[in-house]
Design a protein around this ligand. Structure first.
Ligand SMILES: Cc1ncc(C[n+]2csc(CCOP(=O)(O)OP(=O)(O)O)c2C)c(N)n1
Ligand code: SF4
Ligand SMILES: [Mg+2]
Length: 280
């Protein structure tokens, strides 16, 4: 029975980028001294969606594409928990894309790590919405286009120290109550879409570009758009801004769906049911 609760060995192919994401996350949790028992990692479905099995934190395997609403519920139920949502580009940008836009908009204060490899790795390599040459979606540009967005960054498993640093920054942002921390990671699938060489040639590190100011949203939007036109992929801290940590609590839409209103509705339904039964 106790075996059920032991972290598993990763089941990924040798060389899979997801190992790098897991390593950076474990180091970042340790850098920030975040206790594992106060951390919940939720993941979607995919090779990436097994990351929570390997960490020793609390874990939850959400339905395909539904990791963001599930994580939002967990964060609302216990905002003191360090909540980390994770998953793949198929999970997050295809079936789950509608949730991403609303997460940027509502700004729940948790971290979301998307492992982007351009394919559905688990189901043997079908094109995902980020597949090279298919007019791919750029979730960083999407995030920048939503005015409420507070944190967007992109790492690459080829740059492990930077990835660790970006993961630390994302966790800090969310834990301080500044809002939704979105971190996409270029995490190649060596079996079905080996993009290491391609991305080596294409990425541009904005953290070492003296001109990039991550606090300036419109400048970040222009720079990312220009780089796209040149066939380049920006990595680094693309944009961040600090939101008032109490803003989420003052958000009326958040108050509407809090646990108190659920309990009141539940009791109301139950009372009406009892009256109807009695009158039959
Ligand atoms: C509702 C539903 N539709 C389709 C699937 C099949 N399916 C499983 S994983 C997956 C995509 C995985 O791709 P991604 O999220 O990019 O993760 P990766 O394996 O590449 O890490 C799909 C379509 C499913 N499990 N559930
Ligand atoms: S199929 Fe691709 S994404 Fe899945 S474990 Fe193997 S290398 Fe990683
Ligand atoms: Mg994928």
């Amino acid at each position: 029975m106790t075996d059920t609760y032991r972290p598993a060995e990763p089941i990924w192919c040798a060389g899979c980028g997801h190992f790098g994401v897991e390593g950076a996350l474990l180091l970042a949790l340790s850098d920030l001294s975040i206790p594992k028992e106060e951390t919940l990692v939720l993941a979607g479905i995919g090779c990436s969606g097994t990351i929570q099995n390997n960490l020793g934190t609390y874990g939850y395997h959400a339905l395909h594409g539904r990791v963001l609403p599930t994580a939002t519920g967990a964060w609302m139920a216990n905002p003191k928990l360090t909540v980390i949502a994770a998953g793949g580009d198929g999970d997050g940008y295809a079936i789950g894309m509608g949730h991403l836009i609303h997460a940027f908009r509502h700004n729940p204060s948790f971290t979301y790590i998307v492992m982007n490899n351009g394919v559905y790795g688990l189901t043997k390599g079908q094109n995902s919405p980020t597949r090279h040459g298919t007019r791919p979606i750029d979730a960083i540009l999407l995030g920048l286009s939503v005015l409420e967005t507070t944190f967007v960054a992109r790492g690459f498993t080829r740059a492990p120290e930077q990835l660790r640093d970006l993961t630390v920054r994302a966790l800090k942002h969310a834990r301080a109550g500044h809002g939704f921390a979105f971190l996409e990671v270029l995490s190649p699938c060596v079996t079905y879409n080996d993009t290491y060489a391609l991305w080596d040639a294409e990425y541009v590190d904005l953290d070492t570009d003296g001109e990039h100011d991550p606090t300036n949203r419109s400048q970040a939007f222009s720079r990312v758009t220009e780089l796209h036109a040149e066939g380049r992929i920006p990595i680094g801290l693309i944009h961040h801004t600090e939101r008032d940590p109490t803003a989420a609590l003052a958000d009326p839409s958040a108050a509407d769906i809090g646990p108190d209103s659920h309990i009141a509705s539940y009791e109301d339904i139950l009372d009406r049911y009892k009256v109807e039964r009695h009158n039959r």
